[in-house]
Design a protein around this ligand. Sequence first.
Ligand code: NAP
Length: 267
Amino acid sequence: MKFKDKRILVTGGSSGIGFATGRRLLERQARLVISGRRQGVLNEAVTGLSEFGEVAGVCADIATSEGRAETLKQTISILGGLDVLVNNAGGIRAGSIQDLEESEIIKMLDVNLLAPILLTKVALPALRAGGDSMVVNISSALALVGIPFYTVYAAAKAGLAQFGECLRRELKGEGVHVMTVYPGGTDTPLMKTSNAGPALGFTLEKTDTVAEAIITGMKDDAFTVIRAGEQRREMIALNRTDPAQLGAHFAKLKDALAVAVKDHAAL
Ligand SMILES: NC(=O)c1ccc[n+]([C@@H]2O[C@H](COP(=O)([O-])OP(=O)(O)OC[C@H]3O[C@@H](n4cnc5c(N)ncnc54)[C@H](OP(=O)(O)O)[C@@H]3O)[C@@H](O)[C@H]2O)c1
């Protein structure tokens, strides 16, 4: 894909991976709308990004149908159409399945799975009209290897990844490409409340490095972008060849992991 003059919506572009990706899209002369729920954070992000190009913000909750409708309506009105939808907004709550509140489970499925599916559905007519369009779904490396205490988040992200694969094949030849991104641990506000470090298999990559990989993937019309540290890559490979060995590995870490991630929440 060529970025110049492309009309792009990055949901959750007011922070972290979305913000860093938005900056790079502006540097490549795309026209950008970012979204988020907190008006103050969104305003600051728009101000920060505006030195790189043409950007506007839409304040709405994409986990609601009204919020999705408002996000799309305002985006199309600002940009005059839509060529790229980056389904980036997401949220997390770690914890044993028994400890997760039903409301937290529903919120995680809403923002990470249902919202991107429904937003993509309503955005498709606009995306098709462009003729050289793309949907970028930000999944997670946890969709490739299941880790205790991330059951629901991983389920949502794996669902999003599979949605993307089916959709890419469904839309082949219709001018809308679909790419799935699997970030590993990335140094953003979403990870601030996790205390799991390298000893437990969690390393943090720089946000800029992940954003750069997303841009390269978009440029190349890649199917997937996988960002996982060496340790996580080994786990992903072992999960295919010897999942029981990985299970034994996690059994040893389980108690320490439970303590390290018990407060990990950003919903
Ligand atoms: N950081 C990691 O280690 C990591 C790893 C794998 C995958 N990911 C995924 O990468 C994506 C970006 O996460 P990040 O790490 O960059 O987190 P982040 O810095 O916390 O950014 C999340 C963004 O999403 C917005 N957002 C959250 N819920 C929203 C909603 N209901 N409606 C509209 N906007 C919403 C947030 O703004 P408001 O709060 O103001 O709404 C914020 O702009 C997420 O999908 C996340 O699951 C992250």
